[in-house]
Design a binder for this molecule. Structure first.
Ligand code: MN3
Length: 275
């Protein structure tokens, strides 16, 4: 991180800062405290109010001193026929809620552990594992909901703006990226995610094929566009045809949101756009 970037800068500028898989939840909690609502923040480089959907969900995702389930920014049936209503209901209301509850419970257990004065490495290891798992699950689902929208509202198609340039630079072309990303996400063994992430260190986009919610993450890389490839994300409609689900999911990707995410992270790191 740029050493000239103060904590106040992080708090006021950094939305997807909150999305660091590698930065840890302590940093995430610090960023979540006493911050202004994300929607009231100016976009870097201009005077427009921040209209980022992900930012609004992030603002809901930690509230009242606890992690919380953000509301879906559209109806449960809004992504039909690509993602079906029943899957969205179960996925958001039950699965995501489960990670939120698990995260809060784990943090409470860790506090109890510290206060107990106990020294039990096995117990602590298990709690730390739960922290990583549920924290990753909460964040990735929050970004997942915010980076989808119905085709009628701009979902699908090809990216524009900075994200389009970054994809062309780092993957050759959008078509090449799509094929590569689909393969990486489709090839996840068991439960996990395909993630387009931005690594500020090299001003570079990378694709991660993550296991569960936290394994094979790249420290410091910020997830910009995650696709959930756990079976709970697609099995009711697509059964074992994960690749058909990924192909359909591309029809509801909100590339405008992905572009905003990239701009935010670059602004936070004072990364000049390299073109
Ligand atoms: Mn899921």
């Amino acid at each position: 991180m740029d050493p000239t970037l103060s904590r106040r800068d992080v708090v006021t500028k950094g939305l997807p800062a909150a999305a660091f898989l590698g930065a840890g939840l302590t940093g995430l909690q610090a960023m979540a405290q006493d911050r202004p609502p994300m929607r009231d923040r100016a976009m870097p480089g201009d005077d427009k109010k921040n209209e980022s959907v992900v930012a609004q969900l992030m603002a809901q995702a930690y509230a009242g001193g606890e992690y919380a389930l953000p509301k879906l920014p559209y109806g449960y049936d809004a992504l039909e026929p690509h993602i079906d209503e029943q899957t969205m209901r179960i996925h958001h209301d039950l699965h995501h809620q489960g990670y939120v509850d698990g995260l809060n419970k784990t943090l409470a257990s860790l506090k109890e552990y510290r206060q107990s004065g106990e020294d039990n490495a096995a117990l602590l290891y298990g709690l730390e594992r739960n922290l990583s798992f549920n924290g990753g699950g909460h964040l990735l689902h929050t970004i997942f909901w915010g980076t989808m929208c119905p085709p009628a509202q701009g979902g699908g198609g090809e990216p524009k703006g900075d994200i389009a340039k970054a994809i062309a630079k780092d993957f050759g072309s959008f078509d090449a990226f799509k094929k590569y990303f689909s393969s990486a996400a489709g090839g996840v063994k068991g439960s996990g995610w395909g993630v387009l992430a931005y690594q500020p260190l090299g001003d570079q986009c990378v694709v991660l094929s993550m296991n569960e919610h936290d394994m094979k993450a790249m420290v410091g890389a910020v997830p910009l566009l995650p696709v959930d490839v756990w079976e709970h994300a697609y099995y009711l409609k697509y059964q074992n045809k994960r690749s058909a689900y990924i192909e359909a999911w591309f029809n509801v990707v909100n590339w405008g949101e992905v572009d905003r995410g990239l701009k935010y992270v670059r602004a936070m790191y004072h990364m000049d756009h390299q073109g």
